[in-house]
Design a protein around this ligand. Structure first.
Ligand SMILES: Cc1ncc(COP(=O)(O)O)c(C=O)c1O
Ligand SMILES: N[C@H](C=O)CCC(=O)O
Length: 448
């Protein structure tokens, strides 16, 4: 069992000066109990916490660290950039190079760089509303697009994790005016009938439909294919038929599941796309993009206002460009192979422990649902909510005690990096059977 005395001490101090002791709710261990680990350092696939424990990391900063922590080439680029000044509030070559790299890899013609995924999704809503002259927005229950007021309705991620009934109602957070979420239509994911009906009723008022390119914030959900048509292709077609814009949120999937993102798997070309996480190389950087004709509506060319003091920050841009440059085909082959190893090991360990579960993936991004026996597939949020969160918590702590750091939530994806070598994977695989047995014991105690 690992010690957490120093983390506990820091957590006490943190709670005096930071609400809940954390700067983003999912970090607080609320759903699993216990003390959040305060991290002192990280290298490759490993974290070192404040007590000196070495943990194999399957959070990877919630996605960005695709090359592992402190990758030498990223650190060199960042060090070099920082030595030339950390922010100028004026254009730089670094941001042009990052924008070019994004445009070259994805189906967007132009991008604007911002500092967080939340900023990106907030701005695409404004742009879509300005472009169409309409107000309504469609989203899916369990999808998370950052803490944008209009999209905090039935949101996934931390909102799902903290999950009391009040928080899950629409709007998902006090402080979001009901008038704001009244302009948001929330539908069940993968439900084509519901999408068709919503567009039949409100189609001429819908500015855009926004979806996670492949959801990862209610656990990983696979966009279904029906009669040969991918769910995203169906959404894009439905939007087009009604003059609405199709917005794909690739903040989590972008540059992770393929060189471009989910687009590399389904080939669908959205009107607008949001990016974040991987493209910032571990720094606060995100982007949104689309057809030039739409992007030209933005100020200073057009009149849709959007700005940011630190947007396109030179250090973040250097980290992002270097990361994208290093993401060659071999990286994706490695990630796919590593994900395969872990998915198989989870399935075998859980089956041996008699623990019902479903493993789902979108490319190398995957998660494990602690669902009951009768669930063989998780297509939407309602099914994801049938998870046994007590069994998940027991599993989480057994893994942590054995030195494997998982997302402290049953609603989050597990993330791998190219630094997860045989040694790191073996450590995870060896840890799984006992943790699955610990979770099965809790599940069985609940049944009796
Ligand atoms: C799909 C998706 N969109 C948007 C966001 C918001 O990004 P950020 O946390 O950088 O604001 C996140 C993650 O938080 C995300 O997973
Ligand atoms: N699931 C979230 C983003 O993808 C987790 C990050 C956060 O909100 O802190």
């Amino acid at each position: 069992m690992t010690s957490d005395a120093r983390s506990a001490e820091l957590f006490e101090r943190a709670q005096l000066v930071i609400p809940g002791g954390v700067n983003s709710p999912v970090r607080a261990f609320r759903a699993v109990g216990g003390t959040p680990r305060f991290i002192a350092a990280a290298k490759g696939a490993h974290l070192t916490d404040a007590d000196g424990n070495d943990l194999v990391d399957l959070v990877c900063s919630w996605g960005p660290m695709i090359l592992g922590h402190a990758h030498p080439e990223v650190i060199a680029a960042v060090t070099d950039a920082a030595a030339r000044g950390t922010s100028y509030g004026a254009p730089t070559r670094a941001e042009v190079e990052l924008a070019e790299a994004i445009v070259e890899r994805t189906p967007v013609e132009q991008v604007r760089l911002v500092s967080s995924g939340t900023e990106a999704t907030m701005t695409v809503l404004r742009l879509a509303r300005a472009a169409t002259g309409r107000d309504l927005v469609v989203k899916f229950a369990g999808c998370y697009h950052g803490h944008v007021d209009a999209l905090l309705a039935s949101a996934g991620s931390g909102v799902a994790t903290l999950g009391d009934a009040e928080a899950l109602a629409s709007p998902s957070s006090p402080g979001v005016p009901a008038t704001t979420t009244a302009q948001t239509i929330v539908l069940p994911y993968n439900d084509r009938t519901a999408v068709t009906a919503a567009f039949a009723e409100h189609g001429d008022q819908i500015a855009c439909l926004v979806t996670e390119a492949a959801p990862g914030n209610m656990g990983v959900i696979v966009p279904g294919t029906e009669d040969g048509e991918h769910f995203n292709a169906f959404l894009a077609r439905t939007c087009r038929e009604h003059g609405a814009l199709f917005v794909s949120d690739e903040v989590m999937t972008g540059f992770r599941v393929t060189r471009s993102g989910q687009h590399g798997l389904d080939g669908v070309v959205p009107d607008l796309v949001t990016f974040g996480k991987v493209m910032g190389g571990g720094f606060p950087a995100a982007a949104f993009g689309g057809r030039a004709e739409l992007m030209q509506l933005l100020s200073p060319v057009g009149s849709v206002y959007q700005a940011g003091t630190l947007s396109g920050n030179p250090v973040a841009s250097a980290a992002g460009s270097t990361t994208l440059r290093l993401l060659d085909d071999e990286v994706y082959r490695t990630l796919d192979a590593s994900a395969d190893v872990l998915r198989t090991a989870v399935a075998e360990s859980f089956a041996a422990a008699g623990l019902p579960h479903v493993v789902q993936s979108a490319g190398s991004m995957f998660s494990v649902f602690f669902t009951p026996d009768d669930v063989t597939e998780v297509p939407d949020y309602a099914t994801a909510q049938r998870q046994d969160t007590a069994a998940h918590a027991a599993f989480f702590h057994a893994m942590l005690d054995a030195g494997v750091y998982l997302p402290p939530s049953a609603y989050e994806a597990w993330f791998l990096s190219t630094a997860h070598d045989d040694e790191a994977l073996s450590r995870i695989v060896e840890t799984l059977p006992a943790a699955a047995r610990a979770a099965a014991a809790v599940a069985s105690a609940e049944r009796h």
